[in-house]
Design a protein around this ligand. Structure first.
Ligand SMILES: C[S@@+](CC[C@H](N)C(=O)[O-])C[C@H]1O[C@@H](n2cnc3c(N)ncnc32)[C@H](O)[C@@H]1O
Length: 437
């Protein structure tokens, strides 16, 4: 039978968005070529509710496709505009309806894990309302043919996405679970820290040093010639790998944004730095000459440090190279020690190769984190106790941590709330025990 599209009630469907991807486009095309091959399933609503005479049981994707083609005035063979072919079916129980909808969507490639989590939650709760505590997660797992471990992950993720933006932005269940674990760790460390007065004090002290926001706004509030040392490690514009972004936090890392950011920041850094002081400038090795010229263009000089320094990672004996027969393991990063005026080092005979092992993975906060010992060496090379240090894109906060431990005055900025929060906890560990201004 043919029924009117606008007489169908589909309001209790869980799935709301079918996207605009390739799979969806192909699905639409199949309608324009062959018409509607399968009727949707509906149950009569007696009496009608708010003008709706049928309740949709199966085929929401088909309904949505036909509606979209109608709206775009695209003809569908053998189907009049505003109509859809449907067949009756007795209204199944809510449980059966959810299972039908789950099975229908589970076949789609673009059925994302958050939608799946919502389905699983609805089915689980529906069953629990019938069987009370006799119904377990294992039972839902068996019913939906999903592993018990992933049921528990789906249920936790479904809860977490409501309050945690970074979990909601994850693109896979695995990444979301990882983000939830990180979040739990932060919360635990924070609540442990808050259990003592000293802990709260540590967090308050840390908060006063760390700014959450765009470094371009933050730097504008810093006075001219007021800072003794800068660590500048901006986004490198090489699209931080998908894996890093998943495991940590993504930020705009395309070449254009990175260039614009540097063009804006370098003259500002020059402005806030006192005369005869250093600024460390990290950038990808293959672009280092361009970066040197750019920094010089804004007033920095490289009179005694034209050769870039190297952070050599002796522990890096493996890489994720896709073609290991053609690629070498990248075991170093480069940075410049830029000068404003004519500064002096506070340690003599320092070597321009800084060999320091990377922070162990289990302790990493940031994908491009510098080790604390390396930061300590740079702090001590370029400043004396009591001097002020800024890090406009502090990431893991390693440089700020090294600075406060070496009794320098540190301040920093970070765009990502995740790193900002984790660094607050990191610095609070130390600051709870020392008075710091
Ligand atoms: C290369 S990482 C810094 C790593 C850091 N030096 C460390 O050792 O962990 C660059 C950082 O800049 C942050 N960022 C990107 N754009 C920013 C902006 N406009 N303002 C402040 N921070 C920004 C990113 O979130 C990222 O954490």
């Amino acid at each position: 039978m043919f029924i009117l599209l606008n007489e169908i009630d589909f309001s209790d469907r869980i799935r709301a968005d079918y996207g605009t991807g390739q799979e969806w486009k192909q699905f639409l095309t199949s309608f324009t070529k062959m018409g509607q091959l399968q009727p949707i399933k509906v149950a009569p609503l007696d009496p009608p509710v708010a003008g709706k005479k049928y309740k949709l049981l199966m085929g929401d994707r088909r309904r949505r496709a036909i509606q979209e083609l109608n709206d775009a005035d695209v003809e569908i063979p053998f189907l009049d505009k505003g109509m859809i072919e449907a067949s009756y079916r007795d209204e199944p129980s809510r449980r059966k309806q959810l299972l039908l909808e789950f099975a229908e969507n589970n076949e789609r490639k673009d059925f994302d894990f958050i939608e799946k989590a919502k389905f699983i939650r609805s089915v689980h709760e529906e069953m629990q309302s019938q069987y009370q505590e006799a119904w377990t997660q294992e039972a839902t797992a068996r019913l939906l043919n999903v592993s018990t471990a992933s049921i528990s992950h789906y249920l936790r993720v479904e809860e977490a996405v409501k309050t945690n933006e970074s979990v909601a932005k994850a693109s896979t269940l695995k990444a979301a679970v990882k983000r939830m674990k990180v979040d739990d760790q932060i919360k635990k460390r924070k609540s442990d820290a808050e259990k003592t007065d000293a802990g709260t004090l540590g967090l308050e002290r840390a908060a006063s040093l760390l700014h959450l926001g765009d470094a371009r706004d933050w730097i504008a509030g810093i006075s001219d010639s007021s800072v003794d040392f800068i660590n500048f490690d901006p986004p490198w514009g090489d699209n931080a790998s998908h894996k890093s972004a998943e495991n940590h936090e993504s930020f705009d890392d395309d070449t254009e944004s990175a260039d614009a950011f540097m063009q804006h920041m370098l003259p500002q850094l020059f402005r806030v730095l006192k005369d005869d002081r250093f600024c460390i400038f990290w950038y990808k090795a293959w672009a280092s000459q361009d970066m040197a010229r750019l920094a010089e263009g804004f007033g920095f000089n490289l009179q005694f440090t034209r050769t870039p320094c190297i952070w050599y990672k002796p522990d890096k004996t493996a890489d994720q190279n896709r073609v290991p027969e053609k690629q070498l393991i990248e075991a170093y990063e480069m940075f410049y020690i830029l000068r404003k005026g004519d500064p002096i080092f506070h340690e003599r005979h320092a070597n321009n190769v800084f060999a320091y092992e990377r922070t162990p993975v289990a302790q990493l906060i940031h994908p491009t984190e510098k080790p604390l010992a390396l930061c300590d060496a740079l702090v001590k090379l370029c400043t004396v106790p009591g001097e002020s240090i800024i890090d406009p894109t502090f990431g893991s906060g390693a440089m700020l941590d090294a600075a406060i431990r070496a009794n320098r005055r540190a301040r920093g900025c970070e765009l990502s709330p995740n790193f900002h929060e984790r660094v607050s906890v990191r610095l609070a560990e130390y600051l709870k025990n020392v008075s710091y201004s």
